[in-house]
Unconditional design. Sequence first.
Length: 77
Amino acid sequence: MLFFILLLPGMKINAIMILASILFSLTSFLSVAQANPPPPMPPPPPGLPIDGPAGLLLILGLIYGIYKAVELRKHRS
C-alpha cells in the first residue's frame, strides 16, 4: 500500500482510503475472532460463623476491661 502512496501522488487520497478500509476490516475481524472468556470462579467455601465467637469475644473484652479498671483503681489508691 505504501508503494501506491509514494508512486502515484495524484491518487494519494484514494490509496489512503483503501488502506484505511483494509485496516478497519482487519480490526473488526480481529475483534469478532476473540476467544470466549473463561467461566467464572466458583464461590469460596463458607467460612467460620461470626455470630458465635463475637459474643464470646464481647464478654471476654468486658471482663478484661473491668479487670483493668479495678487494677487501675488499686494502683491509684
